[in-house]
Design a protein around this ligand. Structure first.
Ligand SMILES: [Zn+2]
Length: 278
């Protein structure tokens, strides 16, 4: 899933390409795509796009009368629609502009979870954005310590909980835990001051590194293109210490970690890990 760096760089590219262009027509293409009934989805027709912003993992297409809040979820993409076909493959919604160009929201697969919310007023105070925690890269060390103590959970899940801090997903949670030399299974309520400091540094550095990578691109990266020390590197040597990267697999995601760097050498129980040990 695209996380803060991918979404942020994409928002910047879309602003560069489309800001100031008048919206001719917004068209939901799949009946599950439009998540709101009020205001009417055509409320911004005739108005110029002010900017494409980001909040958490959402894109915000801002027009004066309303903002289209877009969540790409796992397989969604918002791209220039070169063909403007009547029934584009995976098509969810289209914004056609007065200069003849268009943006198309597509979603790969069959989950149909990507969507568009049309929101008037301040979108940050309305669903789906009002319940998000502060931006992950804006949290200072003191606030981070308070948020950790206030939400006792395993660290990997805590990092991915958008209501606590926003913008981090599975890949960055893996990378941040590794950079901070913390177990993804550590209890957030039990981290000492030194651990909180390392975590604060790791959140900032991992987000900044990924954002710099994404800003060098002309389109959003695919997950296999995103560099990492542990993510998608199970069975390979840790770049910091050479130990073998291990995994604990869940139904929809994988926690990857280095035992030497993160868990005091302990390999976590996982019935799928054995295939990497042979
Ligand atoms: Zn290591």
């Amino acid at each position: 899933m695209p996380e803060m760096p991918e979404i942020q760089a994409h928002a910047e590219r879309l602003t560069e390409a489309f800001a100031g262009t008048r919206l001719e027509r917004f068209t939901p293409l799949a009946f599950t795509a439009l998540k709101t009934a009020v205001p009417a989805p055509d409320v911004a027709h005739g108005h110029p796009l002010e900017a494409v912003d980001r909040r958490g993992k959402h894109l915000l297409l801002r027009f004066a009368p309303a903002t289209y809040v877009v969540h790409l979820m796992q397989g969604g993409r918002l791209r220039v629609d070169e063909k403007q076909a009547a029934r584009p493959r995976g098509g969810q919604a289209r914004w056609r502009f007065a200069d003849g160009r268009a943006l198309l929201l597509t979603e790969a697969g069959t989950e149909r979870r990507a969507g568009v919310w049309v929101v008037d007023g301040d979108p940050l105070t309305r669903p789906p954005l009002c319940d998000l925690g502060p931006e992950a890269d804006s949290v200072d060390r003191t606030t981070l310590a308070e948020l950790l103590a206030g939400h006792p959970m395993r660290l990997h899940g805590w990092l991915r909980d958008q209501r606590i801090i926003a913008g981090i997903g599975r890949r960055l949670a893996n990378e941040i835990c590794h950079r901070a030399r913390l177990s993804p299974f550590a209890s957030t309520a039990r981290l000492d001051d030194d651990a909180v400091g390392r975590l604060h540094e790791a959140i900032g550095a991992c987000l900044a590194d990924s954002l710099a990578d994404e800003r060098r691109r002309t389109d959003m990266s695919s997950s296999s293109e995103r560099a990492g020390a542990v993510h998608n590197r199970v069975g390979e040597p840790c770049p910091a210490c050479g130990d073998t990267i291990r995994a604990v697999e869940y139904r929809t995601y994988t926690i990857s970690y280095c035992p030497t760097c993160q868990t005091g050498g302990k390999v976590m129980a996982d019935n799928t890990t054995s295939r990497f040990l042979r």
